[in-house]
Design a protein around this ligand. Structure first.
Ligand code: ADP
Length: 622
């Protein structure tokens, strides 16, 4: 009789992911009925069967029922995974074909367990619990183990983590920070510490900053970062996040070794100042945007809505030449149609030049041409095309228009010209501009953001430097720089970045920094900072402060101070954009209305000034 212990079977691979299983099966892809069994990495105690059929790979989830038995969907139930496999070797019974040729572990390859805890060690720990706690023996041990795996893992894991190199016991947040800082702080260096009430915190280094993620238990005693995936023990937590970041800033890489530090238990009078990192939205609903860049199809632009037309009239009836001519967007422009002039500004991937576009059958028009400087920035061409792709789908008076792309070397993106440049620079040289005019500009930005939100875009780089001025009389602003912007999925209200790149952290909401999650509410936070820059006439936010200090300040409930001569109603708008919990921030529709109210209040001349030099605003926000 074949052994009922899974690890004795070479077709059982343990905790390999779906992707890893596909890699293992790849050489045998064409053999119908080639298969392997693995542990489910999403649910403790479940399994997954991976099977090749007609050159494709299929994965069946084997779920455990309340009676402890296993089945594939509603199929026949079995006592053990070995019985289930035995059955499907003989009977197709709902599968695409019978299990024919097992894909075996290579010689010397162990069944895959968790990071730092091998499969054999975990099994031994689980058996130990069954023997000592339940007093079971022999085959009963394995039966109990199959049936109660999640609960047993919770029990065994509660003991095993103590031995792990990354577990630092009951130390304070400050001590954890000190320990992580005593290294060269490579990205992904981590430790886990114990907090009060059987909960933990994960300390993670990323770009030389230490982040603290709290791991709390739910009613079923499972651990998770807020609203993140649930785990039965810390071993699973560390294993999962060392495979993928899944909401953290990066994967867990090396443990900050516990050796070398003296014991530092929390005493009753040592400060335990843990601050909740912001809430991520449910990780489960997360849908990644398509990874590869899809070449842009000729755009279909929606016609202007009556609301947009009304707004335009309210803004003094300004119409750019592009509005007047309604220049058809030519996705592909020829180099001969373009003449390059002086540099208007430098960007991340190149420079923006003044240019002329000779449109067939029309007069020449002035344009801005974004050009790659050299091909020394990896993926720069793809990035520029991605930005162009985003812009093609947008048509709004307060959003810079894309005219087309010239696929020359270097590649060129041709944009509507905003002759008065970026808002921060403009305001620095126009310090006597009436506050009402600045507010009007910012109301226009809010109006553009309402549109962007409606189109299900997140900008991710809203800042005064990316608000460009097109006209002074009437004053007219446009949102630009869609290099970081992303379209949201159909059923997802946020975008999760795979990796944290060169990010404008001072404009980012806490959930972006902690969880790489971006949505319209994180753009709202950035809008607040942009408003602050505008009212401060181009001052730099958090001047001289480094990212870790800013995070600490935000966690304490402090915010950027009220700028000089800032009306109270305007500072109130900023403060609600900077609510720590994103659900408490207004959306752009509300924000635009709030800005309209500010414009009327300030326009009436009857308004209160905000608490300038009232130091920082403390309280209320947490
Ligand atoms: P990057 O995305 O590479 O940072 P930006 O789009 O921010 O580049 O452009 C860099 C600078 O070029 C801006 O700060 C601004 O001065 C100038 N610029 C960009 N687009 C325009 C435009 N449409 N009209 C006028 N100037 C522009």
């Amino acid at each position: 009789m074949s052994s009922r212990r899974l690890e004795h079977h070479e077709w059982f691979h343990g905790r390999v992911t779906r992707e890893e299983a596909e890699e293992l099966l790849e050489p045998m892809r064409t053999i119908n009925g080639c298969w392997l069994l693995r542990d489910s990495t999403t649910k403790t105690g479940d399994y997954a069967l991976s099977l090749c059929y007609k050159g494709q790979k299929y994965h069946y989830q084997i779920s455990r029922h309340s009676d402890g038995r296993l089945s594939i969907e509603d199929g026949q139930r079995f006592e053990s995974p070995v019985d289930l496999i035995g059955h499907h070797k003989l009977h197709q019974d709902g599968l695409l074909c019978k299990l024919m040729s097992p894909c075996r572990r290579r010689t010397g390859v162990e069944v895959r367990g968790y990071k730092d805890v091998s499969y054999a060690d975990m099994q031994e720990a689980l058996r130990g619990v069954v023997r000592t706690v339940w007093g079971l023996k022999g085959e009963q041990v394995d039966v109990a183990l199959w049936k109660n795996r999640p609960m047993l893992e919770r029990l065994a894991g509660g003991v095993l983590h103590v031995r792990q190199p990354w577990f630092h016991g009951k130390i304070t947040r400050e001590e954890a920070e000190r320990r992580l800082r005593s290294t060269s702080m490579p990205n992904g260096l981590f430790l886990v510490r114990e907090r009060e009430g059987d909960s933990f915190a994960l300390g993670l280094c990323f770009q030389r900053i230490v982040y603290h993620y709290l791991l709390d238990r739910n009613a079923d005693s499972q651990l998770s970062i807020q609203d993140g995936r649930k785990f039965d023990n810390l071993i699973q937590v560390v294993d999962h996040y060392s495979r993928k970041p899944d909401g953290l800033l990066c994967c867990l890489m090396d443990p900050c070794p516990v050796t070398g530090f003296g014991p530092s238990l929390i005493t009753s009078n040592s400060p335990v100042e843990d601050v909740e990192p912001p809430q991520p939205e449910s990780v489960r609903n997360q849908r990644q945007p398509p990874r590869s860049f899809v070449p842009v199809l000729p755009p279909i632009r929606p016609s202007r809505s009556p609301a947009d037309m009304r707004h335009l009239e309210e803004q003094g009836g300004f119409k750019s030449i592009y509005e007047e001519l309604r220049i058809p967007q030519q996705f592909k422009l020829r180099k001969e149609q373009l003449a390059l002039g002086k540099e208007l500004g430098g960007g991340q991937f190149g420079s923006v030049l003044l240019g002329t576009y000779s449109m067939p059958g029309e007069r020449d028009i002035k344009v801005a041409i974004k050009q790659l400087k050299a091909n020394d920035v990896p993926n720069a061409r793809a990035e520029i095309l991605k930005e162009a792709d985003a812009m093609t789908r947008l048509d709004h008076p307060h959003i810079v228009r894309l005219i087309g792309v010239c696929h020359s070397t270097p590649i060129m993106m041709v944009l509507e010209l905003c002759p008065f440049g970026p808002l921060n620079k403009y305001l620095k040289t126009h310090k006597n501009m009436a506050i009402l005019k600045v507010l009007t500009l910012m109301q226009q930005v809010a109006n553009g953001m309402v549109y962007l939100d409606r189109m299900r875009f997140v900008h991710r780089d809203l800042a005064a430097r990316n608000v460009l001025i097109v006209s002074e009389e009437p004053i007219f602003a446009k949102i630009s720089d869609f290099g970081l912007s992303r379209a949201l999925g159909v059923d997802s209200n946020y975008y999760k970045a795979d990796t944290a790149g060169k990010w404008p952290l001072k404009w980012y909401a806490p959930e972006c920094i902690y969880y790489s999650k971006f949505g319209n509410k994180s753009d709202v936070w950035s809008y607040g900072v942009t408003l602050w820059e505008a009212i401060s006439f181009g001052e730099k936010p958090y001047r001289g402060m480094k990212a870790p200090d800013i995070l600490k300040m935000l966690e304490k409930g402090e915010r950027l101070h009220c700028p000089k001569a800032c009306p109270k109603c305007v500072y109130d708008v900023m403060l609600c954009c900077w609510e720590f919990t994103k659900e408490n921030r207004p959306d752009f529709v509300m924000l635009e209305n709030m800005m309209k109210d500010c414009v009327s209040e300030v326009g009436s001349g009857n308004f209160e000034l905000g608490p300038f030099e009232g130091a920082y605003y403390v309280g209320r926000l947490k």
